[in-house]
Design a protein around this ligand. Structure first.
Ligand code: USQ
Length: 382
């Protein structure tokens, strides 16, 4: 398969490039270095040093003999993107090229506008490039579980059948996002559904929860192939942050009551889910939606796990409940369905103490690089 990966330099993008390349597919990786530049601008660089995307691909080729074609450019630039589609004629495109951070989107109007413009225009451009070059190309889009919010009813996989005044129909499950970033993902889904209905394109929209971890089979080959591991308030996800905080002797930053429940998954399982989606594609005229999580935890449960494993490793960890900078429910019902990817063949890597200890061990090696000031700045929703 020829697979185009947009956002190839990111936390998920680079490991995905290697995952597909390792399995014999032709990979084209595109990135505009938004994350690298934002990390410099906001002083929140990843914990582990990562060579740039061109250098990463060179290291990968030296070590495995497999080539990943890299292009540095912006998916919101249609001329650039169309040229890539014309040159490579991908059979699948994986869209990670979005501004992925909820706090970033809440910093100020300019960051909100950037998030809106970047996320929606990149998605629109992909749809147009697919229509213009190969309407059979399968679009795999990273959405988020945050599109649904935390409703007081079970969350289905994307769709909900509604009976109203004795008539029935199927609709997108109601969405109520809790940041401007999450709202752009809702808008993406709506836009994709419009073009699926109108042009008959094929789309898989993956509603992913927060990802944790640093290890994949390919990334473990050499330290220069590691993913970007962010632990800062803006780009770091909560479990990765807690582990770094534990090692930095920084009290764990549980926001508010800590009863916020989310669906989580290991970085290795993101690779599996995207791969399973690509190799068993959606049909033409189908918007297929999967909830991409493997288990659910509250923030308090994550803090407890980090506390317990950290203690065994000799850390004296403190847990703080700090005033929640976000506007979100801190105690709520949460029961998402997530069987679709299991049915495709997903074999989950659950969050065991051993998995947690593995992340601790990697972070320990780089603890001198921890920038304590990046851990919490208090970007407020209000
Ligand atoms: N949280 C804390 N303390 C922290 C950081 C976070 O209590 O120091 C809480 C948050 O308030 C939230 C939960 O932990 O209730 C998850 O926060 P997060 O920062 O790990 O995740 P989030 O901002 O929701 O975003 C991340 C990714 C995003 C993805 C999303 C999936 O950055 O790209 O879309 O997870 S989901 O959360 O299901 O919407």
């Amino acid at each position: 398969m020829r697979v185009l990966i947009l956002g190839a330099d990111g936390y998920l993008g680079w490991p995905t490039c290697m995952y597909f390349s390792q399995r014999g597919h032709e990979v084209i990786g595109v990135d505009n270095y938004f994350r690298r530049n934002a990390a410099v601008e906001l002083d929140c660089e990843p914990l582990l040093p990562t060579p740039n995307l061109i250098q990463r691909a060179k290291v990968w080729e030296e070590l495995t003999g497999k080539k990943i074609n890299i292009h540095i450019g912006d998916a919101t630039n249609y001329t650039f993107l169309l040229q890539i589609f014309k040159e490579y004629k991908p059979e699948a495109v994986i869209h990670y090229a979005e501004q992925p951070s909820a706090p970033y989107s809440m910093i100020n109007r300019d960051k909100a506008a950037f998030t809106l413009q970047n996320n929606l225009v990149s998605t629109l451009n992909i749809v147009y490039a697919v229509k213009e070059t190969n309407p059979d190309c399968h679009i795999i889009k990273l959405g988020t579980m945050g599109e649904y919010g935390t409703p007081n009813i079970d969350i289905e996989e994307g769709w909900l059948e509604i009976e109203h005044k004795e008539r029935k129909d199927k609709f997108l499950f109601p969405r109520q996002a809790s940041s401007l970033y999450h709202t752009t993902k809702v808008q993406d889904t709506d836009m994709l559904w419009f073009y699926v209905r109108t042009w008959g394109i094929r789309v898989t929209d993956l509603m992913q929860g927060p990802v944790y971890g640093i290890s994949t089979d390919e990334a473990d080959i050499d330290s220069r192939l590691v993913p970007n591991f962010n632990y800062d308030e803006i780009f770091g996800t909560v479990l990765n942050r807690f582990i770094v905080q534990a090692i930095a002797n920084y009290p764990l930053t549980v926001y508010g009551k800590g009863g916020q429940i989310r669906g989580y998954l290991n970085l290795k399982d993101t690779m599996q889910c995207v791969y399973l989606s690509a190799t068993q594609p959606a049909k033409n005229g189908e918007l297929r939606i999967f909830n991409q999580v493997t288990e659910t935890f509250s923030v308090n449960e994550l803090a407890d796990k980090v506390y317990t494993v950290g203690k065994e490793l000799g850390y004296n960890i403190k847990v703080d409940h700090i005033e929640n900078p976000r506007k979100e429910k801190e105690e709520h019902y949460y029961n998402p369905k997530y069987t679709g990817l299991l049915e495709l063949g997903l074999k989950p890597n659950y969050l065991t103490d051993e998995v947690l200890a593995g992340i601790f061990r990697v972070v320990e090696r780089y603890k001198d690089r921890i920038n304590r000031e990046a851990i919490f700045r208090g970007i407020k929703w209000k």
